[in-house]
Design a protein around this ligand. Structure first.
Ligand SMILES: [Zn+2]
Length: 278
């Protein structure tokens, strides 16, 4: 086979690779933090197994080690005795996997607080774990100003992948249509589509079922809940999924930029306030 025969094949392969990379969520539309201006990945190899010859490394800008925390950022909270944490991280870090694709799109992933996805042990964020009543690991949450804005619940048909991490960081779903969902591993009555990418309820990442029910029946949301929804019989995850959808609908109608500061109005749980971390 001559080189001329190979050329069209190489061109097709390059085009396919570029398309795959382009479909990953980018962080380019995030406002740059001080860290991103001088970022240099400093995480030890043991916690970031991406080989150094990967394109992601080429993108890092030489400079002093970043000292500013990324805000908002996604915390991937692990526990030492957690097998699932290990399995999830191996999957995300596999060569050609989600972390690698994300890094090629500008994501910083590692142990320092300057990363978009910070991998931490529960003991290093014990206050947050206690305050947010986190009992399942890995816990994957987005924090801003020390508060959990959004989080991921596994077993709700949504996989833990680059698209979920993108939603967690930005609050915007960019997942392509037609993805393969996982089988549900949580209680469901079939009354409402599960999601797994949740907003906190008024800053509470682990609200009880009673709190969500009261909140959905309150003036904040009562008028948005369809009359035929028998919420009292729904499962916990169905209630949370409905609540998330209501807020995202609200966000689409009234983007955060148009919500003046301090104008909570009757709804203390408005999407604008959530985006602002309040
Ligand atoms: Zn609400």
């Amino acid at each position: 086979m001559t080189n001329i025969d190979l050329l069209p094949r190489l061109l097709v392969m390059t085009a396919v690779l570029l398309t795959l990379v382009a479909r990953q969520p980018s962080v380019a539309d995030e406002k740059p933090s001080p860290a991103s201006l001088s970022s240099q990945d400093i995480e030890p190899a043991s916690l970031n197994s991406i080989p150094s010859q990967q394109p992601a490394r080429i993108q890092t800008i030489p400079g002093p080690p970043p000292v500013y925390p990324q805000d908002p950022r996604v915390l991937f909270i692990t526990a030492s005795d957690c097998e699932q944490c290990f399995r999830d991280l191996i999957k995300l870090r596999r060569p050609g996997g989600d972390f690698e694709a994300m890094q090629s799109r500008g994501w910083r992933i590692g142990v320092g607080h300057h990363n978009h996805v910070q991998i931490v042990d529960r003991d290093d964020v014990s206050e947050l774990v206690k305050e947010a009543n986190i009992r399942e690991f890995p816990a994957v949450v987005c924090i801003s100003e020390g508060k959990i804005l959004r989080g991921f619940k596994s077993g709700c048909t949504t996989p833990l992948d680059s698209w979920t991490l993108g939603w967690l960081l930005k609050g915007k779903n960019e997942r392509p249509e037609g993805f393969v969902s996982e089988p549900a591993r949580v209680d469901s009555t079939g009354s409402y589509r599960l999601r797994g990418n949740h907003w906190s309820v008024d800053g509470d990442w682990s609200p009880t079922r009673a709190i969500i029910l009261t909140h959905l029946r309150s003036p904040s949301h009562g008028y948005q809940v369809a009359a035929n929804y028998k919420l009292e019989s729904w499962s916990y995850e169905e209630l949370r999924s409905l609540h998330d959808d209501l807020h995202e609908r609200e966000l689409a109608l009234y983007p955060a930029a148009r919500v003046p500061a301090g104008s909570g109005g009757a709804d203390n749980f408005s999407a604008g306030r959530k985006i602002m971390g309040r």
